[in-house]
Design a protein around this ligand. Sequence first.
Ligand code: SAM
Length: 448
Amino acid sequence: MMLPVDFIDEMRQELGAEAEELFLALDTPPVTSIRLNDKRDELSFPCDIDEVPWHVDGYYLSERPQFTLDPLMHAGCYYVQEASSMFLQQALDQYVPADSIVLDLCAAPGGKSTLISQHLGQEGLLVSNEVNRQRLFILSENLQKWGNGNAVVTHNQPADFGTKCVNLFDCMLVDAPCSGEGMMRKDEEARAQWSLKNVQMCAERQRSILMDAWDCLKPGGVLIYSTCTFNQEENENNVQWMMECLGATVLPLDVDESWDIVEGNPGYHFYPHRTKGEGFYICALRKNEEVFAPFKIKDAKSHSTANNQNYVQIATSWLANPEDWAIRQSDRFLTAYAMRHKQLIDILSERLTCITIGFGLGEERGKSIAPQHSLALSKALRRGAFPELELSLEQALAYLRTETVFLTERLPLGQHLLTYQGVPLGFAKNVGNRLNNHYPNEWRIRNL
Ligand code: SAM
């Protein structure tokens, strides 16, 4: 499909003669890149691999493998993420310490949330929000697979944050829904849906998202605004509006000249004819300091812990550092979440619509407790808590398709942690000659 005529005019106005290079680049195949999780630091792709210069864990692959058939992707060893957007790391490194409370307001499917989760490690807390119900579950899945347990996934409107979490967040990422010009080479749909009217509509929506959520950012806190589009209306003009109407100051980001990132006025543009990645725009701002009443956490009602202490004892024995985790029970399910943010998470769970908190630890089943799938993917799992069974590629794929895995050797009865290349994939229960597959049905590999 041809590029829209109005888009061509708009880019010629913004970039002059250089726009022709952009149009050519938009007709070349997209670049494939991944970002590694620290679950495993080896790369084993049957193609050339190159480093993404602005992210230590980012790699370009010279070919696009069939990721769905790689059990390590399902185990959360890496995230297939467009390279330009990994530049978010530079803003975090410069302005967001690891012990920050961060809101990712428009988070699904979770590429940037997994990056933030990695940056915060066990010190900070991530609230990862998505307004679209259909996209919530993939967000939750991706964060569970990433395995840090430091995120709360919420399903709220931006205004809920602006009214219920006033002055709470040290940092807010608004990776805004946009007209998607930067996706025009990946996605035919992005070309088909583009229009000047849509650009205008997106710019207005971005401003209302920012305005509605603004009060949840602490004065002195950092807003990171990004889009995957090129035009000034959704980028520079909106940043200008934030400076004038919301009270914010632009923060410079360190950029190496060799990366060929274009400094906007203000902000930073990634153009596919210059930088190896898709179109992207990012700008960091600091909310102006003022005297403010800090978000209170001392009034939190302590959330009741689990009913059956015996089960809690069993479940916490599955954790490498049980003292780091608070446990709560909802219905039959035990959840583990960061002890150091317990009070805050308890308050958030009263005020917001929380879809997942930390990670699922266990589930009461009859007269016993069984581990939940997300425990297998969690970095908090104590290796050795369950007998382990290493699977071949074929067995691993059968497991990920939720098929029965037949055993060729005698193993003890009960729960087993299944691994592939030493990395946990999930649990299965040995009932004699076969394993009862406990892989979540909604995550299973289909049609391959
Ligand atoms: N940050 C994500 C990532 O890195 O994987 C991509 C986010 S995508 C560019 C924008 C998201 O904003 C979509 O998931 C969309 O559902 C959500 N969205 C759409 N309208 C919104 C609104 N009015 N308020 C907040 N979020 C909205």
